[in-house]
Design a protein around this ligand. Structure first.
Ligand SMILES: C[S@@+](CC[C@H](N)C(=O)[O-])C[C@H]1O[C@@H](n2cnc3c(N)ncnc32)[C@H](O)[C@@H]1O
Length: 527
């Protein structure tokens, strides 16, 4: 490992940073609480992001959590300048983006959440040590740090590709030709390795498919960067322990379960003496190459037996959609609910069907367990339980499903939060969208929602959002759209074909109304 600490490549090839839902304080606080720990108040938390690039992960958090405060540091002045330009327009008082080397960070402030995404494996040993030292010194007593890194054994396979690309691209002077040549080499190898069933050839082909989808900036920094030091999970865990910290869990809690493994593997893993060993063997079984670990102070004692009654500590939000419209709630016929990636969760239990349906109808607003029970009973035409014993029984029954869904479905399908999430906002006569969304819509056609997800906008919303500045009335917005149609800048469609001139005004009015309702429902409008 080289001992240089500075890397300037991010100045030359900026990293396209995005919001990353798994780093959000809501998620970190929930996982701590799920494992029996006290967790910081998300609304008023202090967050530090180390290696924040241009701040695209922190800026939306800062706008949607106005009473929390955020500090992002990064070595690259160009990236920090870019973030600060955006910050100037957003005029947010609760965030600072600072150009600073990790090695020079000497603050005394305690942070409730420390985020280190995509840095640890990509910096030399002294910087890795400093990241862990900051995570100890600057983490508040109940704080949670998030650190992501490349892991072995999975990265041995990627590393092999990296080595070949580094060898080949090293002959070329500038980064553009290095990227082109490295991609060209992989394409050449995947086409030229002989034999249809050759495992090496199949691996190269599958990697090529994955890498084709990555942008040049990611590709360069992941494969052609000077530093890339994957570690085994047990090595990372030991390094964390040396700093007076301990591993809490993974930000994707699904990966902590053995559910996807063979029965034999599940059985054997019950015999491992520690959770660290279990997780290490799971990496061997899955050939894992990337981890997103949550870290806490080593005086914490997480409890990993998830208790279904603990659901009362959380607010629940679900984006699970019923597979069929007219679900038979009362019978024991199976009913399925579908997650955004197509994964389904099924049940034959009337109470659970009704509970998931209530959550679907309330989305994107959260419900407490008491509200879910009341809503589910109402749907089934029964009275909510009154006796403590009966309430506990129903809570445990619903809790079992919700905790299973949270720990087994993709991030974002069913969320548990430590605070209520009530996103619907009224539509004023001069609607105002969050400022970052107004800017992102015009610039990249995607916006970050309050759940910290990037949403791709339709053509109509891309034009509408920048008009939602709190000064323009809905009548003026409708007129703006008509002007754009008259100037042939946009086309309004009626049942998929260009609308007749006589219908344009009416269709615009309807589309503006519908789009505003959707934005309001998703909490994208400021009250
Ligand atoms: C792979 S990027 C990840 C950026 C961002 N966290 C994300 O995931 O989108 C790594 C970042 O770490 C920053 N970095 C590398 N070494 C650093 C150091 N010694 N001090 C501060 N930042 C550093 C780089 O400038 C770059 O922005």
């Amino acid at each position: 490992m080289t001992q240089t600490s500075k890397t300037t490549s991010y100045n030359d090839i900026p990293y396209e940073s995005f919001p990353f839902q798994q780093t959000h304080p809501d998620r970190l606080a929930t996982i701590a609480k799920l494992f029996g720990l006290q967790s910081p108040n998300v609304e008023t938390c202090k967050v530090l992001e180390i290696g924040c690039a241009s701040g695209n992960n922190l800026l939306p958090m800062a706008e949607y959590l106005p009473n929390a405060s955020f500090l992002g540091i990064d070595l690259s002045p160009n990236q920090i300048d870019e973030g600060n330009k955006l910050l100037k327009v957003l005029d947010l008082p609760n965030i600072e983006l600072r150009c600073q080397d990790i090695l020079d960070f000497n603050e005394e402030t305690k942070f409730d959440f420390i985020i280190v995404h995509g840095i640890y494996s990509w910096v030399p040993a002294p910087v890795q040590e400093k990241i862990l030292a900051i995570s100890k010194k600057n983490l508040s007593p109940d704080g949670v740090a998030y650190i992501s890194y490349n892991v072995l054994p999975g990265w041995h396979m990627r590393g092999m590709i990296r080595d070949m690309m580094l060898y080949h691209s090293g002959k070329f002077p500038d980064s553009d030709s290095k990227i082109k040549q490295a991609k060209g080499l992989l394409e050449f190898l995947s086409k030229s390795v002989q034999g249809d069933k050759n495992p090496y050839g199949l691996f190269l082909k599958s990697e090529l498919e994955i890498l084709k989808k990555q942008n040049d900036s990611y590709f360069f920094h992941e494969f052609l960067e000077e530093h890339n030091f994957p570690v085994y999970f047990h090595e990372f865990s030991s390094a964390v322990n040396r700093h007076g910290l301990k591993y809490l869990g993974d930000s994707d809690v699904r990966t902590m379960s053995t559910r996807d493994l063979t029965p034999e593997a599940q059985q054997l893993l019950t015999k491992t003496p520690s959770m660290i060993e279990t997780e290490q063997y799971m990496d061997f079984l899955r050939n894992r190459m990337f981890r997103t670990s949550l870290i806490v102070h080593d005086n914490k004692n997480p409890i990993y037996n998830l208790n279904s009654a603990a659901i009362v500590n959380f607010n629940v939000t679900s984006t699970l959609t019923p597979a069929e419209q007219n679900m038979d709630l009362h019978s024991a016929n199976p009913a399925n609910f579908i997650a955004h990636d197509g994964t389904t969760i099924g049940t034959t239990e009337p109470l659970i069907k009704a509970a998931l349906l209530c959550l679907f109808e309330s989305s994107p607003n959260s419900m407490t367990t008491a509200e879910i029970i009341e809503g589910a009973c109402k749907k089934l035409g029964s009275k909510p339980p009154v006796a403590a014993e009966e309430i506990a029984k129903v809570t445990a029954q619903i809790g079992q499903t919700l905790i299973t869904a949270y720990t087994s479905l993709p991030v974002g399908s069913l969320e548990l939060t430590t605070r209520p999430i009530n996103r619907s906002s009224p539509i004023s006569s001069k609607p105002r969208a969050f400022k970052l969304a107004q800017i992102q819509a015009g610039m990249i056609g995607m916006v970050t929602n309050p759940r910290h997800q990037m949403i791709r906008l339709g053509d109509f919303e891309k034009v509408l959002l920048p008009m939602l500045d709190g000064k323009t009335t809905i009548t003026e917005i409708n007129q703006n759209f008509k002007d754009l149609v008259n100037a042939n800048k946009i086309v309004v469609k009626d049942n998929g074909i260009q609308a007749d001139a006589t219908r344009v005004g009416e269709i615009i009015q309807q589309q503006v109304e519908n789009a505003l309702k959707t934005l309001a429902k998703n909490g994208m409008l400021v009250d």
